[in-house]
Design a protein. Structure first.
Length: 314
């Protein structure tokens, strides 16, 4: 069977993926599938740097605003829905462009990961959650470190949902989540994959991150978080513990000042960008482009020419 083309544009936060992906889509009659684990949530716009309708320039965007913050949504859910989007875009004779910085989401689509398939054990999940409520997240995290240190390395101690998921896999199957994940990865892409990674010099990227955080505050990030809390979304929900949201919640609850919140968001975003680089650098298929050295216009031209070359030879 002939594989169909999938273009992917990846890289760390604030590197400039959104703008470049939109311009490429305009040139190539493309549609964008967002690979961002926070942009899937409704009502979370400013803190997730979701492109506005005007910024999208009429380019259709998929996998944005698809679930409420209190609904469970897994990587497997993302994979299934994103693949349906890609198939639909192909069927309409357009180019699917996967764009984002959540490495696991990108790989789940690009390399056809197969995930552990067993019935969710709600009773077990509630039991683990009650343990976290009684003894703290750290208690469960330490438990995970004992049975699956590799998984614990990849999961943030505050990410209770993923900690519970990893423990659930181990308890239900007897196999560490990290090991079962390695076994089920299929590195061959189901698509004719063309994947570009965007990069900038570290200091320049960090400066862009700092400016973006200040711009988010100016745009009303604090009010966005306040509104989410007023809507009844608990601060303990996984999305509300996301980067930026948890710090603004701490500010609103009087635990830190706004200045401290801004500092922590900027610092933690810089650390996140470093982890994103580490993740994507492992993928030998990625063609890296330096936005600072080459400039956005030249990079857009390079990507367009590469896609046109692929299509011509297919």
């Amino acid at each position: 069977m002939v594989k169909k083309l999938l273009l992917a544009i990846v890289g760390p936060t604030a590197v400039g993926k959104t703008e470049i992906a939109i311009e490429v889509a305009l040139r190539l009659n493309g549609e964008i599938i967002s690979a961002d684990s926070m942009q899937i949530y409704r009502y979370m716009d400013i803190g997730t740097a979701k492109p506005t309708l005007s910024e999208r320039k009429g380019v259709p965007h998929h996998m944005i605003d698809i679930v409420d913050p209190d609904k469970e949504f897994s990587v497997a859910d993302f994979q299934s829905m994103a693949k349906d989007c890609i198939a639909d875009i192909h069927a309409r004779g357009k180019l699917p462009i996967l764009s984002g910085g959540t490495g696991l989401y990108v790989n789940a689509v690009c390399y056809n990961y197969a995930f552990c398939d067993f019935e969710k054990d709600e009773e077990l999940r509630l039991q683990l959650k009650s343990e976290a409520e009684k003894y703290g997240n750290e208690f469960l995290y330490e438990k995970l470190k004992q049975v699956d240190p590799k998984a614990a390395e990849k999961i943030h101690p505050n990410n209770l949902r993923r900690i519970i998921r990893a423990l659930e896999v181990y308890i239900k199957t007897g196999v560490p989540f990290s090991y079962s994940e390695e076994l089920t990865k299929q590195q061959e892409s189901p698509y004719d994959l063309l994947i570009f990674g965007l990069t900038r010099p570290r200091e320049e990227l960090y400066e862009r991150i700092n400016k973006r955080v200040l711009l988010m505050i100016e745009k009303g990030f604090v009010d966005e978080v306040k509104r989410l809390l007023e809507m009844g979304y608990s601060e303990d929900l996984n999305p509300m513990q996301g980067l930026g949201y948890r710090q603004i919640i701490d500010y609103l609850q009087g635990r830190i000042t706004l200045e401290e919140a801004i500092y922590l968001i900027s610092r933690d975003t810089r650390r996140y960008a470093k982890r994103q680089y580490t993740w994507f650098r492992k993928d030998k298929n990625i063609i890296w482009l330096d936005v600072s050295r080459e400039g956005e216009r030249k990079i857009i031209e390079n990507i367009v020419k590469s896609v046109e070359g692929k299509l011509k030879n297919s």
